[in-house]
Design a protein around this ligand. Sequence first.
Ligand SMILES: Cc1cc2nc3c(=O)[nH]c(=O)nc-3n(C[C@H](O)[C@H](O)[C@H](O)COP(=O)(O)OP(=O)(O)OC[C@H]3O[C@@H](n4cnc5c(N)ncnc54)[C@H](O)[C@@H]3O)c2cc1C
Length: 454
Amino acid sequence: MTFTTWGRTFTAEPAQQATPRDEAALRALVARAASDGLRVRAVGAGHSFTDAAVTDGLLLSLDHLRGLESVQRLPSGSARVTVGAGTRLHELNRTLASHGLAMRNLGDIDRQSVAGAISTGTHGTGARLGGLATQVRGVRLVLADGSVRTVTDDDPPGSPERVLFEVARLGLGTVGVLAAVTLEVVPAYLLRSTETVRPWREVVDGYDALVDRHERVDAYWFPGTDRMLTWCNDPLDRDEAVAHAERQEGLPGALRRLGAGARTVLDEEVLANGVLGAAMHVAAATPRWVPRINRMSAAALGDRTYVAPSDQVLVTRRRVRFAEMEYAVPRDALREVLTDLAAWLRTSGEPVPFPVEVRCAAADDVWLSTARDRDTAYVAVHQYHRMPRERYFAAAEEIFVAAGGRPHWGKLHTRTADDLAEHYPLDDVASVRAVVDPGGTFRNAYTDRVLGTP
Ligand SMILES: Cc1cc2nc3c(=O)[nH]c(=O)nc-3n(C[C@H](O)[C@H](O)[C@H](O)COP(=O)(O)OP(=O)(O)OC[C@H]3O[C@@H](n4cnc5c(N)ncnc54)[C@H](O)[C@@H]3O)c2cc1C
C-alpha cells in the first residue's frame, strides 16, 4: 500500500507494512527486519510534511499500542502518565481530562501520535513554555535487536541511558521504535482566549511586550494585508475558575454545551474549513484574486473572548490541506524576519492565500530541539496544496536561514546535516546512534540528509 503524508508532500511504497498487536509482536518484527537487512520506520499519523516517516523497508504503525498505562501523582499536583506511543493526542487529551489532568502545552492540532509529535519537536506557543519533548520524562524503546530499553531524564547526566534518552525523545525515530512515552502533565486548567485584530506594525514592533503580557500568543497574518490576528491565551487563576464554573452552572445545559464547544471565527472559518476551503479553490483557479481573498479573510476576523478547557482552546481543526515550512529563529530576529518576508511578498506579488503564523517558545536543553539554548520565535509559511509553493518557500527559507533559523524537523525545508551542525550536537547524536543502531536499521533518506550517517 502507498503511504502518503497528510499534506500530500511525499508518497512511498514500503516493501512491508505492519501494525503489531502488542509490544512482543513489535519486538519480533523489528528484530526480524534488522536481521534481514530491512530498514524500519515507525509512522504515527503521517502528519509530517517532510519524508521523516518514509521508508522503502518496513513501515510500522503503532495503532495498537495506544492508551493509558499508568498515572503517577506528584506532590505538586502534576502527574507522570505513561501512554502507548501510538496514542493520538486527542485521545491523550480526553484521557487526561478524565483524570483531572492536561498537557502543559499543545500544538495547534491533536491528530498526531504522541511518538510522532515528540520525534519531530512539535511545539505550541508561549515565551515561557517548551515544546512537547520538554514534557517527556521517560520512554520505552525497542532497539534494532528487538530488546527493550527504558530510559528517563532521571538517568545520570552523561550516562549511556541519559544520552539515549536525549535522542529517543526527539530524534526522528533514529534510535529505535518508541513503544511507550512518560509525560509530565499538569492539573486540568481553563484558558481565557482573546482574539484581537491589530495593525501589523503594532504586533511586529510590540511582540516582546505582547508575549510578556500573555502566557501564550499566536499571531496570524494574511499576506498583503496590514493586519494581524493575535490569539492570546491565559490561564484562569483559582478564583476566576471558580467564578467561571458558577456562571456555567447557572446556564441551561444547551447553552453551556454551546459555549464550551463554540468554535471561533478564526478556527471555524478562517483556518479550518468552510470559507477557507472555498477561498482556496478560487485562489488555485484564479491566483490574481488572492489579494482580494486575503483582504476578505482578514476582514472576517473580529475581536472575541471566551473561556474553555486548555485543550479545547489550543487545538484547532485543519481540514483544508496545505504544505508548510516553519523555522525557529532567535526571538530578537523576528522583527527583521517578518519585515523581510513582507517586503518579498510585496515585491514578488506571489499569490499566497494562507496566513503566516508566528509563535514562540522558551529556550530548552533538548539536544535536537529547535529552541535549544535560545528563546525562539517560530515563523510558519503555508501554501494551499494545489498551488505552487516553490518560489515562496525558497524565498522564505533564505530569509529564515539568514536570521540563523532552524527548520522544524517535520516541515518542508532544504537544510542538510552540514548546515545544521552549527545548531545541534550532531556528533553526539551520531555516537549514540552508532552504539544502539550499528546496522543503520532506523535510517532513511531524510535522516541521512538532516542528521548524517553515523
Ligand atoms: C495540519 C497540521 C498541523 C500541525 N501543527 C503543528 C503545530 O502546531 N506545531 C508543530 O510543532 N508541528 C505541527 N505539525 C507538524 C506535526 O506535529 C509533526 O510533523 C508530527 O511529527 C506529526 O506527528 P505524526 O504522529 O503524524 O508523526 P509522523 O509524521 O507519522 O512521524 C514523524 C516522525 O516520528 C517518527 N515516529 C513516529 N512514531 C514513532 C515511534 N513509535 N517510534 C519512533 N519514531 C516514531 C517517524 O518515523 C517520523 O520520523 C502539524 C502538522 C499538520 C499536518
